[in-house]
Design a protein around this ligand. Structure first.
Ligand code: IPD
Ligand code: CA
Length: 277
């Protein structure tokens, strides 16, 4: 289990013109692409099939470890003063920390379904300052910096303007960390409201799709920080509403996630019971 130390404070967060953040932003954009290229090379190779199970429905391929090692080495050489928390190698919390999922959507990746991504967030003093989600199979890089909007391949993205639940299509993610019955209740609530629901099996990319207006909302009753931090920033910066994940201690213990276009807020809050900020 990941070794995590005390919570971070929300004081002295990054300022929009912070030169340290400018450097990290440029580095992150290149790194997300480099990490994604490594995953995509492995995707068509035999290595992809070499997986083991970390738990029920929880896949680990050799590529997850290789990508995380690359990302960790690059970040530690460039920013030795920053902390690191990765899905595969864990970490210790620190006031400035990179939070990394080397492959989100590993179950898709291991079955050669080209719907997975690399997700990297930078958290500074209790604020998600930077977030990148790269889908290498489609060459789509989602990036956000706090206060500066969200982009796909450099072009601004916005959440959808959905108004009517009967036209809404949202995503519900799930894992074995929460009882199935709770997910079935949430799904029933979504369908009862008249909305459509899907599960793409990569929470980080599911959140990026909300930012991009491809999906009207994403909910999951418990997410780990590497799965959701970059995506939560993307949705907020694209004009959406999100649940108070860091505020509720999500960096240390994970927590519920809801991220929506404003027009799907009521529907998803009542279906899932997850409050928005
Ligand atoms: C999982 C995926 C899935 C989500 C799970 C995650 P993994 O991560 O994001 O969509 O529902 O909560 O654990 O195993 O693909 O890295
Ligand atoms: Ca993941």
């Amino acid at each position: 289990m990941t070794a995590l130390s005390p919570t971070l404070s929300a004081e002295s967060g990054p300022t929009p013109s912070d030169p340290g953040l400018d450097r990290r932003e440029a580095f992150l954009i290149d790194l997300a692409r480099e990490a994604g290229r490594l995953a995509q090379r492995a995707f068509s190779g035999a290595e992809t099939l070499a997986y083991r199970m970390k738990g029920p429905q929880d896949f680990l391929t050799v590529t997850d470890a290789a990508v995380e090692e690359l990302v960790q080495n690059r970040l530690q050489s460039a920013f030795p003063e920053d902390g690191f928390l990765g899905e595969e190698s864990g970490g210790v919390l620190s006031p400035q920390i990179w939070v990394v999922d080397p492959i989100d959507g590993t179950a898709n990746f291991a079955r050669r379904i080209p719907h997975y991504c690399v997700s990297i967030a930078f958290v500074s003093h209790g604020v998600i300052a930077l977030g990148a989600v790269f889908d290498p199979a489609h060459d789509e890089l989602y990036f956000a910096r706090q206060g500066r909007g969200a982009t796909r391949n450099g072009k601004p993205v916005r959440v959808s303007d959905v108004r009517d639940a009967h036209a809404a299509c949202v995503e519900l993610g799930w894992s074995t960390r929460v009882p199935n019955s709770d997910y079935l209740d949430a799904l029933a609530g979504i369908l009862k409201a008249g909305a459509n629901a899907r599960r793409g099996a990569t929470g980080a990319l599911g959140l990026a799709y909300v930012a991009d207006g491809r999906s009207d909302g994403y909910a999951e009753l418990h997410m780990q920080p590497w799965d959701c931090l970059a995506g939560l920033l993307l949705v907020e910066e694209a004009g959406g509403r999100v649940s108070p994940y860091l505020e509720n201690g999500g960096l240390a213990k994970g927590g519920p996630v809801l991220a929506v276009a404003p027009g799907a807020a009521d529907l998803m809050q009542s279906a899932t019971g997850i409050a928005l900020k």
